[in-house]
Design a binder for this molecule. Structure first.
Ligand code: ADP
Ligand code: MG
Ligand code: MG
Length: 252
């Protein structure tokens, strides 16, 4: 599904990703942990095709297509979903309009009929309930005045409605309370179906108590330096990143 080979990428002429390799197969959940500033968020931005992120070397393929050749919108239509660490506000555009456009664009890409207003409303209401947001959030401007936890719930609602094939969630530094954490975890778990894949970036092992990852990777200094199963996250929780060497112990 996703294959990253020897990826090197920079932002503002600073090399951040330095030879990263990662293979994600359909249905797998991969957790990425690592010290602050390791390049975890940068990896998400590079994959999503955000402006200002330059790839100097390496290959990334998604469903057999060269991801790096695709425009941002094409990546999304190819099934890539990135829940942004700091979601943007789009005042004046309602959540409902925004989501309906996005969902129907995805459906068109997959050769499916667009949803009618009534069909979409039904799905949107169900998703809204699932993430425990009041229904009036559908009418509000996208992320306009949403609290941190509400933005997170909204993101998960977007994920549920878009039915992407690969979801990247970046939970670092987001200061989620336990309820919001549970919503994120429930959202992910409800979307696990043996085909859809997830990359979950997290600072803390605690999210992984709710989302059971198939693999845990440690990203440090722009590459994956260690991979294992869920027990690796417990090891990090207990001993920090000391095993990476002195400099990371402090960075953590
Ligand atoms: P993480 O998510 O692992 O904490 P990031 O990917 O956010 O790390 O950042 C990795 C490194 O890249 C950090 O040293 C950060 O300061 C640097 N960085 C990120 N964005 C920029 C930018 N726009 N300009 C310069 N440096 C950046
Ligand atoms: Mg950070
Ligand atoms: Mg980050």
């Amino acid at each position: 599904m996703l294959s990253i080979k020897n990826l090197h990428a920079s932002v503002e002429e600073k090399n951040i990703i330095k030879g990263l390799n990662l293979e994600v197969k359909p249905g797998e959940v991969h957790a990425i942990m690592g010290p602050n500033g390791a390049g975890k968020s940068t990896l998400g931005y590079v994959l999503s095709g955000r402006d200002g992120y330059e790839v100097s070397e390496g290959d990334v393929s998604l469903n057999g297509k060269d991801l790096l050749e695709l425009e941002v919108e094409e990546r999304a239509r190819e099934g890539l979903f990135l829940a942004f660490q700091y979601p943007v506000e789009i005042p004046g555009v309602s959540n409902m309009e925004f989501m309906k456009e996005s969902v129907n664009a995805m459906r068109e890409q997959r050769g499916e009929e667009p949803l009618s207003a009534a069909e979409f409303l039904k799905k949107a209401k169900a998703a809204c309930k699932q993430v425990q947001l009041p229904l009036d959030f559908l009418k509000r401007g996208v992320n306009e005045g949403f609290s941190g936890g509400e933005k997170k719930r909204n993101e998960i609602m977007q994920m549920i409605l878009l039915e992407p094939s690969l979801c990247i969630l970046d939970e670092s530094d987001s200061g989620l309370d336990v309820d919001a954490l549970q919503v994120v975890a429930d959202g992910v778990n409800s979307q696990r179906d043996g085909k859809r894949s997830f990359i979950v970036v997290t600072h803390y092992q605690r999210l992984l108590d709710y989302i059971k990852p198939d693999f845990v990777h440690i990203l440090a200094d722009g590459k994956i330096v260690k991979s294992g199963d869920a027990s690796l996250a417990h090891e990090v929780e207990k001993s920090g990143y000391a095993f990476l060497g002195k400099s990371y112990e402090e960075a953590e």
